[in-house]
Design a protein around this ligand. Structure first.
Ligand code: CP
Length: 324
């Protein structure tokens, strides 16, 4: 596997899930695979889970790890070609990338959407520059439009906790005071569409996700109807994806104070089939989800985060195997 951005990059999902359980039984089974190999993790944005779980995954596989926080100690990087660099950015990504590639064998990138230029974000411009110019396998640690390590961990978690062969999984929009990217819901939709689940998306009008990710999923604007009979509720905020109104890309369409009826609380969960609650974290309590729901025994937010180590180990293992 030379790059990891989409569910298709992993091939057969059943095989990937079996591999996840194999690694879970013995996290160090493949610790020779990464000997004398170096992972470089490049962060353009903050992280807790991705940073720790991906580093742990690399250590499981015997790799060396180096981490670059672009906004803390590195030169400020220009990412667009053609810009006259007379501002505060001292180095261009097009020189920085091959330099970074010369110090490592595998590169992980965290680079969020800017949420101002939809075409630039949805072309995955920064990620694809790393693919093109680094000469190394590159994987997404949440890019402009996707967060596949999270979605893979989410799927592992659903497989581990489902009580019926084909559970109903609902992705619900929830309010937030700041504009957030669509990467998590995009990937969640993509991965749920590829998995054997009954997948429903619910959101207020105007927040329609890109059709490339929604594919054939049912979209239900009535949150209560969507929640009926659900086995898993996956909550997440996202800003306007600009599908029905391109001029609103990246915006919050309504004052969040008027949208608090979308917050997942005990009443919302009572509409479900005693569903598990899921969220990728970090989460704003009593905005996305109430204290009682996130603290309930049915909440999976901690096992879900723990499975990030497993999803990252599978992905890095596949990449290391392709280096042989
Ligand atoms: N879920 C997730 O990616 O968490 P971090 O932003 O803390 O890495």
């Amino acid at each position: 596997m030379k790059s990891f951005l989409n569910v298709q990059d992993l091939g057969d999902l059943g095989r990937a899930l079996a591999e996840a359980q194999e690694i879970k039984r013995d996290r160090y089974k493949f610790e020779q695979l990464g000997r004398n190999k170096t992972l470089l993790m490049v962060f353009f944005n903050n992280s807790l889970r991705t940073r720790l779980s991906t580093q742990k995954a690399a250590l499981n596989l015997g790799m060396n790890v180096i981490v670059l926080d672009v906004n803390a100690g590195a030169w400020k990087l220009e990412t667009e070609r053609g810009v006259i660099m007379d501002g505060d950015k001292s180095e261009h990504l097009l020189e920085a990338i091959p330099v970074m590639g010369s110090y490592c064998d595998v590169i992980g990138i965290r680079s969020f959407a800017g949420l101002t230029d939809r075409a630039y974000d949805y072309a995955e411009t920064v990620f694809n520059q790393f693919v093109q110019y680094s000469g190394r396998p590159v994987f997404a640690m949440e890019t402009a439009t996707v967060h596949p390590l999270q979605a893979f961990a989410d799927l592992i978690t659903i497989e581990e906790h489902k009580k019926v062969a084909r559970p109903k999984v609902v992705l619900t929009w929830a309010p937030h005071p700041r504009s957030l990217p669509q990467a998590v819901p995009n990937s969640f939709a993509q991965w749920m569409n590829a998995a054997d689940v009954d997948f429903v998306i619910t959101q207020p009008e105007g927040y329609e996700l890109d059709p490339a990710f929604v594919q054939g999923a049912r979209v239900e604007y009535d949150q209560m109807k969507a929640f009926e009979g659900a086995d898993f509720i996956y909550a997440k905020n996202w800003s306007c994806p600009g599908v029905t109104s391109p001029e609103d890309y990246g915006k919050i369409l309504h004052d969040y104070h008027t949208m608090m009826h979308w917050t997942v609380d005990a009443e919302h969960m009572s509409w479900t089939n005693n569903a598990h609650f899921m969220h990728c974290l970090p989460v704003r309590r009593n905005m996305i989800v109430t204290d009682d729901v996130i603290e309930a025994p049915t909440s999976l937010v901690i096992p879900e985060a723990a499975n990030r180590e497993i999803s990252a180990t599978v992905v890095l293992k596949r990449i290391l195997e392709s280096l042989k």
